[in-house]
Design a protein around this ligand. Structure first.
Ligand SMILES: [Zn+2]
Length: 219
């Protein structure tokens, strides 16, 4: 029975996906993995498939299994017309390869907790994706990340908490809270020179991406 938590007008929406850290549990059962995600999405009206992707930093799952489970979920998102939420760490070329080969220009989504540079952000944007920044963008040494944040087109920019991790300055190192995302907004507004519009723009971008099944080639 659908629980209704993701009905239009509610303030909570959710995504379901198999994270690369857990991909190993589905080794040799990729079709089952995809079916499990499909069932979970249907039961509560999930608005996106994610987090999915590749994590070669921790390598908690074998890389070939991560790639197979990731690809299967991109295929599912394409079929369902849902956006994807991408987790990628030290796996940029393989992440883009899967999105290109399997998404084939038909899947949109967001690079969550983006930590790349301007070139990577540009590649994500060219692929039709949004780019989301978390508390790291406030860290003093994150100069190249702020450069990327300044360069992302206004209609592709998102912000997030990643709570309980990655609390922004001045709460760095403490447990992150959703309310702290205001500091991420402030930093984005500052580096982009858009103090008056950045909040409304990010809200509109969120609705454009997660407001309903509107996948397709970027417009
Ligand atoms: Zn993640």
């Amino acid at each position: 029975v659908p629980c209704g938590c993701a009905r239009p007008g509610r303030n909570i929406r959710f995504a379901t996906g198999i994270h690369p850290h857990q991909a190993g549990e589905w080794a040799g059962r990729v079709e089952e993995a995809s079916a499990a995600v499909r069932r979970a999405l249907a039961s509560c009206g999930g608005v996106a498939v994610g987090e999915i992707g590749l994590d070669y930093h921790y390598d908690f799952s074998p890389r070939d299994v991560q790639q197979a489970v990731f690809a299967a979920q991109v295929r599912l998102a394409r079929e369902l017309g849902l956006p994807v939420i991408i987790h990628t760490r030290e796996a940029t070329p393989d992440t883009f390869r899967v999105l290109r080969d399997v998404g084939a220009g038909q899947v949109r989504g967001v690079f969550h907790c983006f930590t790349g540079d301007s070139a990577m952000a540009a590649e994500a944007v060219a692929l039709g994706f949004h780019v989301s920044f978390a508390g790291i963008v406030t860290f003093p040494r994150a100069t190249s990340l702020r450069e990327a944040a300044a360069a992302v087109p206004a209609d592709r920019l998102l912000a997030e908490t990643d709570a309980p991790y990655l609390a922004p300055v001045p709460w760095r190192g403490r447990r992150n809270e959703p309310a702290f995302v205001t500091r991420v907004y402030e930093t984005l507004a500052e580096v982009r020179g858009e103090p008056a519009t950045v909040r409304a723009q990010i809200g509109a971008n969120f609705e454009a991406l997660f407001g309903g099944p509107r996948n397709g080639p970027p417009v």
